[in-house]
Design a protein around this ligand. Structure first.
Ligand code: HEM
Ligand code: HEM
Length: 198
């Protein structure tokens, strides 16, 4: 193919491809948050099942809380970024129910990404524990309150964690379905654009 023809092909393809992807910043925030979510959950399972006198127990709690608060900060930034750089329109071939399911499940994921760290912090704080962020600084606790502790525990552990598991299973299932069955390149929307010049 001549150079002239390649440049025509590239100029035809690129703008459309760029428009169909999340920005690089949104992609980076998505993948870093996903990795942190896949870390904060096993930390939770380990810490709640550890013997109370285990020497590393306090450190694992601090790690769980610190990773959780990092998720909160990243998601706050991500939502601000999203407001300024809206998500690419959903692919036109999706049925109405599919587009609706994608939108609702994405906003529910954002809800748990914000609600879980806040309820976790409140649970700790109303139990009277201050929160240490990676040994860097300490966020004080307002003081013990039994009723508010139960409300926060209900959100974080009794319902919140199961909502998180259900949404992640749904999210990964939907992605796998798009990749393996529909083969409609939805995963590529969350991937950097390959450099077609090489
Ligand atoms: C996205 C962020 C977070 C997620 C997904 C998450 C998830 C979980 C899960 C699944 C459990 C329950 C484990 C079990 O019972 O098997 C748990 C427990 C706990 N989390 Fe989090 N967490 C997050 C953030 C936080 C933060 C920021 C704090 C505090 C600052 C925190 C404090 C706690 C505490 C104290 C428990 C133990 C609750 C108990 O004693 O039953 N979490 N977390
Ligand atoms: C291996 C794991 C994961 C894969 C393969 C994956 C894949 C994807 C893909 C392809 C999209 C774009 C969907 C579209 O184009 O409409 C997306 C969006 C999204 N993902 Fe994931 N994801 C993963 C893990 C996670 C986790 C753990 C979370 C949070 C708990 C998460 C939260 C989100 C959210 C909130 C969006 C919507 C983005 C927006 O519109 O602003 N993802 N994911």
């Amino acid at each position: 193919m001549s150079t002239a023809t390649s440049s025509v092909v590239l100029s035809d393809v690129r703008p459309a491809a760029v428009g169909r992807r999340y920005t690089l910043t949104a992609q980076a925030l998505h993948w870093v948050t996903a990795i942190l979510m896949f870390s904060v959950l096993p930390l939770a399972w380990v810490m709640v099942n550890m013997p109370h006198d285990a020497p590393s127990r306090e450190w694992i709690y601090t790690l769980h809380k610190s990773v959780g608060l990092t998720i909160l900060a990243l998601v706050a930034f991500r939502l601000a970024w999203r407001a300024a750089h809206p998500a690419p329109p959903l692919p036109a071939h999706l049925a109405r129910w599919e587009a609706l399911a994608a939108r609702v499940s994405h906003w529910l994921l954002y809800l748990v990404l914000i609600g879980m760290p806040i309820s976790g912090y409140l649970f700790s704080a109303f139990k009277g524990h201050s929160t240490t962020y990676f040994d860097l600084f300490t966020i004080p606790a307002p003081g013990p309150d039994k009723q508010l502790t139960s409300v926060a525990l209900w959100f974080h552990v009794v319902t919140g964690q199961w909502l998180v598991y259900a949404l992640i299973v749904l999210h990964l299932g939907a992605t796998a379905w798009h990749v393996a069955v529909r083969r409609d390149r939805v995963l590529e929307r969350m991937m950097p654009e390959p450099d077609l010049r090489t």
